[in-house]
Design a protein around this ligand. Structure first.
Ligand code: UGA
Length: 442
């Protein structure tokens, strides 16, 4: 099919290249000309494992092109909206400006078209947004059908999640038009559906809520285990063993029960907050309070790690050299959006600590992300820890669990390690003469 993908960030760019890979003819559209130039030259503007190869082969197939001009999408049968919905400035609600702008631009392209086209919303939006977009489209482009089709891809696994989704959800309007939208999307996703990927057809509101509920539930699991980790600290229990035992109950499951510095990134925090705001608007005060508490517990983990550092390295952090290993919001990405690790580094720097950061992917992005913070970006873990009075592991990149504490010991001023992700082997580090502190573990 001929499709356009409006918005070429993590979601849109991977979606566009994946659809081309699946045999569709794709035009990726974004207002950011620099991003479009990079994508068109097969040079990914962000780090995502497997994406560079996918982009290269999709461009080489001749089925993928990129443009800053919506008019280039005019001949497409299906238009995917993949623009960002970040947290609004000065508010906890979602900022829908990019959605509004993209729909307005799309309407100008679709206006007056006589054949049926399908607009597919993939961005994460507050419940009620799809119905209002459908009303706007109906005014000017009555032949256009809107489907809400949330995306569940994880950064770091975006290519796999896009090509092999674990579920497909369609939010549809009632009747024949909705069915037309559903059958059109079935053609787009024919390979995944052919593998019996579960599909749920529902209304707009449910489809919108599935997405924010999924992210909020993941956030809830993480904050639950982090809150429990404090009780483990107070009693000498091990949150790691506790998580393993909890995870064996298949009603609970083992995933998203890793205690540590908490969640961050461009999705979980802002979706949780936007859902809380929307729930409160809709009179669901209990849900809003629950989500707010999840957020508070999460943010509190960042202060907890700073206090743990101050308690171990001496209360006055001014002038102390502190090494931060890992600054991306999670391993497998160079994304620094709402990174818990970066927040801790910033808090330590505000208390006068001299910070050296090492991250296998996100290092080069640091100066732009925090232009005013005096951080040094180190080329290796060994460079980062030189002369440090504390070493903090804040993102669980696999290479950190393989660090040799006996090699790093002679480089530091004091052998204190704060394992903010419970990713190191405490016994190994202690045997090598280090003072080890984890989260909810002895
Ligand atoms: C998240 C969801 O997992 C995706 O399903 C969703 O599609 C995506 O948001 C989105 O809305 O676009 P992502 O932001 O890539 O994906 O990150 P996650 O893998 O969910 O991790 C989020 C955060 O939770 C990370 O900071 C991670 O370190 C933290 N985390 C995760 C924990 O602290 N403990 C855990 O046990 C698991």
């Amino acid at each position: 099919m001929r499709v356009s993908v409006i918005g070429c960030g993590y979601l849109g760019a991977v979606h566009a290249a994946s659809l081309a890979q699946l045999g569709h003819t794709v035009t990726g559209v974004d207002v950011d000309s620099e991003k479009i130039a990079h994508l068109g030259a097969a040079d990914p503007p962000f780090y995502e494992p497997g994406f560079a190869d996918l982009l290269r082969s999709s461009l080489a197939s001749g089925r993928l092109r990129f443009s800053t001009d919506y008019a280039d999408a005019a001949s497409c049968d299906v238009h995917f909206i993949c623009v960002g919905t970040p947290q609004a400035d000065g508010s906890r609600a979602a900022d829908l400006a990019f959605i509004r702008a993209s729909v307005a631009a799309l309407i100008r392209v679709l206006e007056g078209q006589t054949r049926r086209t399908v607009v597919v919303g993939k961005s994460t939006v507050p419940v009620g947004t799809a119905r209002s977009i459908a009303a706007d489209l109906a005014l000017t482009s009555p032949n256009t059908v809107l489907v809400w089709n949330p995306e569940f891809l994880r950064e770091g696994l975006a290519v796999k999640d896009t090509l092999e989704p674990d579920r497909i959800v369609y939010g549809l309007e009632d009747g024949e038009r909705g069915q037309f939208g559903a059958r059109t999307l079935d053609q787009i996703y024919s390979q995944a559906l052919g593998r019996n990927t579960p599909k749920i057809e529902t209304d707009y509101e449910t489809a919108e809520l599935v997405k924010v509920s999924a992210n909020s539930f993941l956030a809830l699991k993480i904050s639950f285990i982090n809150a429990v980790s404090r009780v483990c600290d107070a009693t000498g229990a091990s949150v790691t063993d506790l998580s393993s035992a909890l995870g064996l109950d298949e009603r609970i499951g083992p995933k998203f029960l890793r205690a540590g510095l908490g969640f961050g990134g461009g999705c979980l925090p802002k979706d949780l907050r936007a859902f809380s705001v929307r729930a409160a608007q809709l009179g669901a005060a209990g849900l809003a309070e629950l989500l707010d508490q999840v957020d508070r517990i999460n943010l509190d983990q960042r202060d907890h790690i700073v206090e743990l550092t101050a308690a171990a390295a001496g209360p006055d952090l001014a002038g102390q050299r502190i090494a931060v290993l890992g600054v991306a919001f999670k391993p497998g990405t160079d994304d620094l959006r709402d990174s818990p690790a970066l927040a801790v580094a910033a808090k330590l720097a505000q208390r006068g600590a001299v910070i050296a950061v090492y991250d296998p992917a996100a290092g080069p992005n640091l100066p732009a992300a925090i232009p005013n913070l005096p951080l040094t970006v180190a080329a290796t873990p060994a460079d980062a820890v030189k002369g440090a009075t504390a070493v903090l592991v804040l993102t669980e990149w696999p290479e950190f669990s393989n660090l040799d504490p006996t090699e790093l010991g002679p480089l530091v001023a004091r052998p204190i390690v704060i394992d903010g992700r419970n990713t190191l082997d405490p016994a190994l580090w202690r045997q090598s003469g280090w003072e080890y502190h984890g989260v909810g573990v002895r």
